[in-house]
Write a protein that binds this ligand. Sequence first.
Ligand SMILES: [Zn+2]
Length: 314
Amino acid sequence: MLKKAVNECRLTLTIHSKSPLLIKEGRYEQPESKGKMPDSFFVCRNTPSEIKTAVEKDDYSKIRFYLPGSSLRGVIRSHAEKIARTLIPEEPICCIPHNGTACKGGYKNSCVICKLFGSKEAGGRIHIYDSETQRKGKVIERYGNAIDRFTGGVSRGLLFKNKLLKEYIFTSQIIIRNFEIWQLGLLAYVLRDFNVFSGNDKPGLITVGFGKNRGFGRVKGSIGDVWITYFDRDLGRDCYELMGMGEIEYKSSKLYGFVTGDPLSGGLLVEAIIDAEAPYRKQCKVKDNLEFFKACADVWNKVVNDRKFSSVSK
Ligand SMILES: [Zn+2]
């Protein structure tokens, strides 16, 4: 994949928790003397002793909870896989890492999912950062039954005490560097399933964290301003159509396997803002998020229907 920066899409995804949310803090260990200490705690930036003090005092005002970027990335990737896998079931366009079809080699030879999220051998295009707390909600306690690993039934007398978050809002930044337009189209479907474009307050289809079967982790997403940046040496230029790698770097499309097409016109982007300190960096705000992602989704659909992606076989 090209080393130089060509384009970039940047957006913030805000996650509203609509049911109790739990992503377990890996560093948390329940003390020997259990007392009122829970079995698990939500992931945070505090030290184990600060967590202990907070639980003992039942005061979480100093705890800085966050959603790890890796957790959100896992959720977004597996949802994108689900979308890609159901499109043409007889000619799968995404690999299944554990059944021998895992992508090997660089960007060109990767499936649609590995092109965006990366594989063992190639880095991905998408970067999903940790989501910090934007609005605090409540810390609640829920008991769960321990499951007998042998019978699959409930172990009698064993209860887990979990600390979960309720009505919290987190904000994460997502950046896709050197994108192709179809990748934004695939992402558009994931954002749709977070209920980003629904206009109502209902949770989407996507759940985050622990306890999906118990109704936990239901979230609704929303996005703020979306920015497209072009790194362009043509200093006189400040008006851009939407262009991916296949439209800008079409000469390298054979080498890297970019899908080529026409730039998306129709006034999706506003005039670029040019920073005097970095004049090659042209930042264009997306005019209307819904129109923009619909247009990208159309490109994704067309590319899939035209069989531009080769099917993944063993
Ligand atoms: Zn793959």
